[in-house]
Design a protein around this ligand. Structure first.
Ligand SMILES: Nc1nc2c(c(=O)[nH]1)N[C@H]1C(S)=C(S)[C@@H](COP(=O)(O)O)O[C@H]1N2
Ligand SMILES: [Mo]
Length: 206
């Protein structure tokens, strides 16, 4: 795991062993929800793009790992007044060879009560590969898309992640915005971060 960017004098490299032995282990239970949860219902108002999820793009697990704050302190960060965002890159790449990327506000990462983890266990075992083995960012209360799996790199920055998924996806618009306008609208909508967990009636079905 590479840690670099603003405020870090020399790029830090941590192995999986380092993460498990150098930092206190912290455990939380968190419910992660995809921004597209119930997207099929949104599409009944106006067609949206993305997988047509029903009400099950959500899940709860117990996560254990190092606190991101502890790791940032280890990397030499003493205060966050000059930093705005923490960017994350996955080890998975798309067809253009670009890694998955996302970011969260640095305040969330630095908050001792924010519970942001570099998790290496899910439900008391190594994280299953589908869910992010070997290391996954867990930012409770923040939308699923920012909880980056197969984490390879952390970058401290003034800017949000430049990735497609931060800049041009996982944003919400009023229904008068059309896909014709979308290129100029991207910059007008904030990227989704906190997302209240929803409940839905599963039975009887819709
Ligand atoms: N590296 C990486 N992390 C990722 C993604 C991804 O495609 N690549 N998808 C994100 C999205 S959109 C969601 S909703 C969650 C899904 O987490 P899960 O597969 O554990 O349910 O992972 C997030 N983290
Ligand atoms: Mo998602």
């Amino acid at each position: 795991l590479i840690i670099t960017g603003k405020g870090i004098e020399k790029e830090i490299k941590l192995s999986w062993e380092d993460l498990k032995t150098k930092f206190p282990k912290h455990t939380i239970v968190a419910t992660l929800q995809c921004a597209g949860n119930r997207r099929s219902e949104m599409s009944k108002v106006k067609n949206v793009k993305g997988l047509e999820w029903g009400n099950a793009a959500i899940g709860t697990a117990k996560w254990s790992g190092a606190r991101l704050r502890d790791v940032l302190e280890y990397a030499g960060i003493k205060d966050i007044s000059n930093i705005k965002h923490v960017q994350f890159e996955g080890l998975d790449k798309d067809l253009t060879n670009t890694p998955y990327g996302a970011s969260i506000p640095v305040q969330k990462a630095w908050d001792v009560n924010g519970d942001v983890l570099l998790a290496y266990e899910m439900n008391d075992v190594e994280i299953p590969r589908d869910h992010g083995y070997p290391v996954r960012l867990i930012a409770p209360g923040i939308v699923g898309a920012r909880n980056v799996k197969w984490l390879g790199k952390i970058i401290l920055s003034d800017e949000e992640s430049p990735s497609f998924w931060q800049q041009k996806d996982y944003k919400g618009y009023p229904s008068y915005v059309t896909f014709e306008d979308i290129e100029k609208e991207y910059k007008n909508a904030k990227s989704i971060q906190e997302l209240p967990v929803q409940s839905a009636i599963c039975y009887p079905a819709d």
